[in-house]
Design a protein around this ligand. Structure first.
Ligand code: GSH
Length: 384
């Protein structure tokens, strides 16, 4: 039975699910939003305009990459993408949230701040989402209008001239530690792909490895990261760089986290903590301003359904600049999955996690959360 992935090749979150489906060897076909069935039959069941959407062979429809992977994992447990160690599992969930949320503004920056250097490429990519019923030139023109809508997201994401140098320096640091890691290991947790890889490949593939300007940067400064994005899109690979992984293609025993992955965690915690704290404070302020609304209330300004809702602006110091952007509620909901796993650890495992967090600067971030728990119902984030 074959499911359908509604996607486009240049869509950040589609890349996450595609990679997952490939690595799990789940049969799927791809379809694009230019097919009228998407607007007529699929989107009404999601509730708002978004990709990716996964449609099962018997017509069930799922949205949000996290929800899609959750449901598929219950139906296709093998090959395992969950490492056996409890600390490894927390790390995998953390990096899924980090890649899927924190890196979104950076990916959008490299796509849209350099739009004029990659215009034809982007028009060609966006045209695939546009009705095939019109002449190609007209599709390219229509694509340009759609692109202007997406480019307009840079402001709410906080990407301004003032902060771009700091963002680019932060990305260079991240690429450097990832490059060092992928010289030794084919995937983040070791020999096998996990949620960590699927979350990280979302921004690092569709935008940062495919769009011409960031692709040039990645390929020339972090070629092993570029190769990992390719590896994440193939069910098997034969790179001779990892003889140990070829000999033992399992997750590391004894809940081990490699030194090179610890270096990645250190960078990730350092870069994400201030923004995440600001997002948590924004949700607390919104809950108070709304009079502590009941469970089930949609967490979004004016209750508006949106792919990534916000509850008002945030402002915080970050790497020598002041970040000003819309709050990002989804980050908190996503990170809470890692936090819940950490909270449930038995004391001995918790002690080992705490030692890791202490070494990598992650204690504050893993403790940071809004006072109210966030849930997800009907494809939107709600108060639990
Ligand atoms: N958290 C969602 C994000 C999905 C998402 O942002 N999709 C983008 C394309 S990659 C989109 O459809 N955006 C439309 C919009 O923001 O209006 C997921 O994991 O699926």
């Amino acid at each position: 039975m074959t499911c359908t992935l509604w996607q486009t090749p240049h869509s950040l979150y589609s890349g996450k699910v595609r990679s997952y489906l490939i690595k799990k060897r789940i049969a799927f076909r791809e379809a694009t939003p230019s097919d009228p069935r998407f607007a007529d039959e699929v989107l009404p069941r999601v509730g708002h305009n978004v990709i990716p959407v996964l449609e099962s062979a018997d017509g069930e429809v799922w949205q949000d990459t996290t929800a899609i992977i959750d449901v598929l994992e219950t139906r296709h447990p093998e090959p395992a993408i969950t490492p056996p160690g409890p600390v490894q599992q927390v790390v995998a969930h953390f990096l899924d949230a980090f890649g899927s949320n924190y890196l979104l503004p950076l990916a959008m920056h490299y796509r849209w701040s350099y739009r004029n250097r990659q215009e034809l490429f982007l028009r060609t990519e966006f045209a695939r989402a546009i009705s095939i019923g019109m002449p190609y030139e007209q599709r390219l023109e229509t694509a340009a209008k759609l692109m202007t809508r997406f480019a307009g997201m840079l402001g709410p994401l906080g990407v301004t001239h003032e902060v771009i140098p700091a963002m680019e320096a932060a990305y260079a640091e991240l690429l450097a530690v990832l490059e060092a890691h992928f010289r030794v290991y084919p995937y983040l947790l070791g020999a096998r792909p996990s949620l960590a890889d699927f979350g990280m490949v979302a921004p690092l593939y569709a935008h940062l490895a495919r769009d011409p300007v960031p692709a040039m940067l990645m390929r020339t400064t972090a070629p092993q990261v570029a190769r990992w994005t390719e590896r994440m899109n193939a069910d098997e690979f034969a790179d001779p760089d990892y003889p140990d992984a070829a000999a033992d293609p399992l997750f590391p025993a004894d809940d081990a986290i490699s030194a090179t992955l610890e270096a990645v965690l250190k960078v990730a915690f350092e870069q994400w903590t201030p923004g995440l704290a600001a997002d948590a404070a924004a949700v607390d302020a919104w809950v108070a301003a709304e009079g502590n609304p009941p469970a089930g209330t949609v967490v979004s300004r004016q209750g508006k359904r949106s792919v990534h809702p916000d509850v008002g602006p945030v402002e915080y110091a970050w790497r020598g600049v002041t970040m000003r952007r819309a709050s990002h509620v989804h980050s908190l909901w996503h990170l809470a999955r890692a936090q819940a796993l950490a909270d449930a650890l038995p004391p001995a495992d918790r002690t080992r996690l705490d030692a890791l967090l202490d070494r990598t600067g992650g204690t504050a971030l893993m403790a940071k959360r809004p006072a109210r728990v966030l849930g997800r119902e009907g494809n939107v984030i709600v108060l639990a």
